[in-house]
Design a protein around this ligand. Structure first.
Ligand code: 5GP
Length: 125
């Protein structure tokens, strides 16, 4: 996996150099609305530490930071009112998942019936 590159858009959002529509922030985590929402609710949740994807976050981050992060994903989904009707969380790692921003983030998607696990496309076989 390539080394973390500070020249990514989420690093700039975390450092306040680029604006975001913030949903939640604490010492270790920031969450904001996706600029191109794929569902009525589409929030991105990021650890503030420099991790490229789930792969190095789960491997390298301190256990309490990992635990806090996943608890916050749950709390944010709950605070967004998604828990009763349901929601999906997605983390893309690498090329086959079409990861476009190489700072680890989880997508929280909800607000409508989301359908199958992977959107219907020609590659889905
Ligand atoms: P990935 O494909 O890496 O899992 O997801 C990256 C996500 O970041 C995409 O859903 C994309 O719409 C979102 N995104 C890219 N640039 C920005 C930005 O500048 N601001 C916000 N809020 N979201 C962004």
């Amino acid at each position: 996996m390539p080394a973390y590159n500070q020249d990514n858009i989420f690093h700039k959002i975390i450092n306040g150099h680029i604006d975001c529509d913030k949903v939640y922030e604490d010492e270790h985590v920031i969450a904001f609305n996706d600029i191109q929402p794929a569902a009525p609710v589409h929030v991105l949740v990021l650890p503030k530490g420099e991790y490229c994807s789930l792969d190095d976050f789960a491997n390298d981050a301190p256990a309490d930071v990992v635990a806090h992060f996943f608890k916050k994903v749950r709390d944010i989904a709950n605070d967004l009112g998604l828990s009763e009707e349901g929601y999906r969380v997605i983390a893309n790692h690498g090329a086959n998942a079409s990861q476009t921003v190489h700072h680890f983030h989880m997508h929280i998607l909800g607000g409508r019936l989301l359908g199958g696990l992977i959107a219907g496309d020609a590659l889905n076989r």
